[in-house]
Design a protein around this ligand. Structure first.
Ligand code: ADP
Length: 160
């Protein structure tokens, strides 16, 4: 069974990587799909985010990286995926994610959303938290892979 793990991944964190790793043990193939969202102003280009995710998942042979625009369910159907994989951290995630899962179900009834609970050590972790810390030169190497941390500091013009 193929699962799509859609998201912004701007940038990828250890929280995302935990979901990808555990997802890759549950499904035959996991496609990490970076959403090109024209209404968001990202820190990294889609190409850069793909490169970062590819680098961090090179040890997982059944993980593929891609990007998409438009509806996630349309993309999932195109890829013959039956599952949308999402991570859940806190209660506020749940409200948003449940609404999205229900909406997607009305659009493509045959596609299921599967939630994985965050690893408890990453329940506070988001791409935004990482960016907030990094822009003031704070420590982020416990939150994102080293190469990604270097990219972030470089983008903010911070020398480490
Ligand atoms: P989006 O803009 O779609 O929310 P994100 O890149 O922020 O994109 O997140 C993609 C998915 O990863 C979402 O399902 C989100 O809940 C999940 N996620 C993000 N951070 C973590 C984390 N620390 N632990 C578990 N899941 C996470």
């Amino acid at each position: 069974m193929i699962a799509i793990y859609p998201g912004s991944f701007d940038p990828i964190t250890f929280g995302h990587l935990d979901i990808i790793t555990r997802g890759s043990e549950l499904f035959e193939q996991v496609i990490v799909a970076v959403l090109c969202n024209p209404s968001k102003q990202p820190l990294f280009t889609v190409e850069k985010r793909i490169e970062q995710i590819r680098y961090c998942t090179q040890n997982l042979p059944n993980v593929e990286i891609d990007s998409f625009t438009g509806l996630t369910v349309t993309y999932a159907k195109l890829k013959s995926a039956k599952v949308l994989l999402r991570g859940l951290r806190v209660l506020s995630d749940f409200e948003k994610e449940l609404q999205m899962a229900h909406t997607n179900k009305t659009l493509q009834g045959e596609i299921e959303t599967v939630f994985l609970a965050t690893a408890k050590e990453y329940s506070f972790l988001s791409s935004s938290v990482v960016k907030e810390i990094a822009q003031f030169g704070g420590e982020i190497t416990h939150l994102v892979p080293k190469k990604v941390a270097e990219d972030i500091y470089k983008t903010y013009g911070i020398t480490t």
